[in-house]
Design a protein around this ligand. Structure first.
Ligand SMILES: [Zn+2]
Length: 303
């Protein structure tokens, strides 16, 4: 790991080895990771659950995978990932922010990572969107991880912009809302149970599911639909080792496109409020998404 990586280790944070890329950004670790996962997928069997700050474990990994990228397990820190390039550029140049908290430029989509510490303990991650529904990034909290400074994608580094510690915050939502308002970007409340509509008394979620499906059809592009269609229809032919892996790929696509955790959960199966959806197999439902995806792909296909 480069200097910035050592800095991360010096914080006592738990880290984990990740896939690394070739000069063009493709998977170079030998596992054949999909383009979106290249340079970011965990190398050890249990992924983020294996993350460690034990120097012996880290040495073992370093000798096993000397070229690995590295991840920081979140929980002790929460990372605000802003992947809207214009907003990220403004944040990364903000003199006040640079003297306030640890910041890392991320090369994938020219984004920026803001490191904070939630004083009441980290919660699970979620997506971030503006009040008019545009996806601008994600929160990585308990159970998640981010690619650490010192790692690279296609030779471009995750670059620490300063060496400040993470900023302690007692109310992450209030802090982030205030910060982004200063940049003229009003955001939707996140992690709010209140944002979940009440379920009908009979437990029938069909209407809510339909609304989530319609939103998914609006926000995804035709080529994304076709890819998801192929992945969910036949995971193994698309380079996935399991149905679960394919499900997670699809979930991440929906979240990247700006669907809320809640809407993604409805697309699969209703899950406990406020939590990242538990993805379970539900053949009838997936078939319905596939049918809608297929129809949308036909409609949207460029002529
Ligand atoms: Zn790989």
């Amino acid at each position: 790991m480069a200097c910035a990586g050592h800095w991360v280790l010096g914080q006592g944070w738990r880290t984990l080895p990740l896939c690394w890329t070739d000069a063009r950004g493709g998977c170079a670790c030998g596992s054949g990771h999909a383009p979106n996962d290249a340079g970011k997928a965990p190398l050890s069997a249990q992924g983020v659950k294996d993350a460690s700050n034990d120097p012996r474990q880290l040495d073992t990994w370093r000798s096993q995978w000397p070229d690995a990228n590295w991840g920081v397990a979140c929980g002790p820190v929460t990372v605000v990932n802003i992947n809207n390039a214009q907003l990220a550029e403004r944040l990364a140049k903000d003199a006040h922010l640079l003297t306030t908290l640890f910041m890392v430029a991320s090369p994938g989509r020219n984004g920026v990572h803001l490191y904070v510490q939630e004083e009441d303990g980290a919660e699970p991650g979620c997506t971030l969107s503006t009040r008019n529904g545009a996806a601008i990034g994600s929160l990585h909290g308990l159970g998640g991880y981010v690619v650490a400074p010192g790692s690279t994608l296609a030779g471009r580094p995750y670059q620490a912009l300063n060496s400040k510690p993470p900023l302690p915050v007692d109310d992450l939502q209030a802090w982030l809302t205030g910060l982004l308002e200063r940049f003229g970007v009003p955001i939707e409340p996140f992690r709010s149970s209140a944002a979940f509509p009440a379920l009908p008394p009979n437990g029938d979620t069909a209407e809510l599911e339909e609304a989530a499906l319609q939103k998914a059809l609006q926000v995804l592009h035709s080529n994304q639909f076709m890819r998801l269609q192929a992945v969910l229809g036949d995971p193994t032919s698309q380079g996935f080792t399991s149905r679960t892996e394919a499900d997670w790929f699809a979930v991440n696509k929906f979240m990247d496109a700006g669907l809320s955790d809640h809407e993604v959960a409805l697309l699969w199966l209703r899950s406990p409020l406020g939590e990242r959806p538990t993805v379970r197999r539900r053949p009838g439902y997936v078939a319905r998404i596939l049918a809608a995806a297929r129809a949308a792909a036909m409609r949207l296909q460029p002529s």
